[in-house]
Design a protein around this ligand. Structure first.
Ligand code: NAD
Length: 328
């Protein structure tokens, strides 16, 4: 086995911290760089998950990690300029809805070359990245977008399951998320609130933490989401599986209980070549957390991205176009 892939994680909230703990268990990848809003930590020899998490919780930023932390209000730009990283997972809030595309542009203009993976959720956010296809290719960046759970793992499962059919009728994704408290995943919850009737991304972004808590108090901590604007639709359309209008996404999020309120699943209904109508169902194990189902696939796609990059294949890819590679 060669040298481990040098990984950076941008954003150190709920997902970013889970990433650090996962990478601690992997030998093929080494976490060397982490950034949050107020600073960054970089160590080519590797960063320790427990130290990062303790520093983030006690001092508010990984920038205070002794020896390797740097406080900064432009931590992403600083890492781009100073760190040797093969691939980054962007565990950043997409607030405003243009934030991820702006970050991608920042990478393109910096001259950095490598692999980027995000877990974007909104169709309109993925569309912004599609517009960067040529720029990414020219910049020699291999960018895999929408590589979390949904979109991501479930979208890839749908693309695979579709193979049994000659005609796809509908693809229905239903997710159940259970988290102990909403503050552990502020961006995820705000972005989910943006899908509720009467809300949008800007409105959810402008809410104070107290306003979010008050809203959750009214529903006993439960968010029920229907007909969400989720990029699984455009990703499956781009992969040629079906029209985006045939894909629906909804779910239930319990922000006060780590137990999932319902099982996360994707149902793919279609007609076989013999004329039989049937449904494939892929159900995630209830014990697997949102973090496990987002960060695992994200690193699997990062490993695939590295292989593509090494072969000189650059530009934007979706989780329905390539398979994630298992990271040992
Ligand atoms: P969070 O709110 O817990 O943490 C966000 C982190 O980003 C914080 O550490 C913050 O300091 C950092 N950050 C914010 N602005 C920054 C900046 N300008 N520079 C550097 N760091 C900055 O977020 P989360 O709940 O972990 O969610 C992260 C993203 O993952 C969200 O966009 C969410 O929608 C997405 N997500 C996707 C899926 C999926 O299945 N595709 C599932 C869950 C979450």
């Amino acid at each position: 086995m060669g040298e481990p892939i040098r990984v950076g994680v941008l954003g150190f909230g709920g997902l970013g911290q889970a990433c650090a703990r996962i990478l601690q268990l992997k030998s093929e990848m080494r976490l060397v760089a982490v950034a949050d809003k107020k600073g960054y930590a970089y160590n080519p020899e590797g960063l320790n998950a427990d130290d990062l998490i303790a520093t983030y919780h006690n001092q508010g930023s990984v920038g205070y990690l002794p020896g390797v932390g740097v406080a900064s209000s432009q931590s992403i730009a600083d890492l781009m300029a100073n760190a040797k990283v093969d691939g980054y997972f962007l565990a950043l809030p997409n607030l405003p809805n243009t934030f991820m595309a702006d970050t991608a542009r920042q990478f393109i203009h910096s001259g950095w070359q490598g692999v980027l993976v995000d877990a974007l959720k909104r169709t309109s956010a993925v569309e912004q990245l599609l517009n960067l296809q040529e720029d990414l290719q020219k910049a020699r960046i291999t960018y895999l977008t929408g590589c979390g759970a949904t979109p991501g793992l479930l979208t890839a499962a749908a693309a695979l399951a579709a193979q049994s059919f000659t005609e796809i009728h509908n693809i229905k994704i239903t997710f159940g998320v259970g988290i102990a408290n909403w503050e552990a995943y502020r961006a995820t919850i705000r972005e989910d609130i943006a899908h509720l009737p009467g809300f949008d991304v800007e409105k959810a972004r402008a809410m104070t933490d107290e306003e979010v808590a008050a809203l959750l108090d009214k529903t006993n901590g439960i968010l029920t989401l229907e007909n969400m604007e989720h990029a699984d639709d455009i990703i499956l359309e781009l992969a040629g599986v079906c029209h985006r209008s045939q894909v629906t996404v909804g779910g239930i999020v319990d922000t006060r209980n780590p137990k999932k309120p319902i099982s996360t699943n994707v149902k793919i209904t279609g007609r076989t070549f013999e004329g039989k109508i049937s449904t494939h169902t892929f159900i995630l194990g209830d014990e697997t957390s949102m973090a496990a189902n987002v960060c695992g696939p994200a690193f699997g796609y990062l490993k695939t991205g590295i292989k593509l990059h090494q072969r000189g294949i650059y530009g934007l890819f979706t989780p329905a176009e390539v398979m994630p590679s298992f990271v040992r």
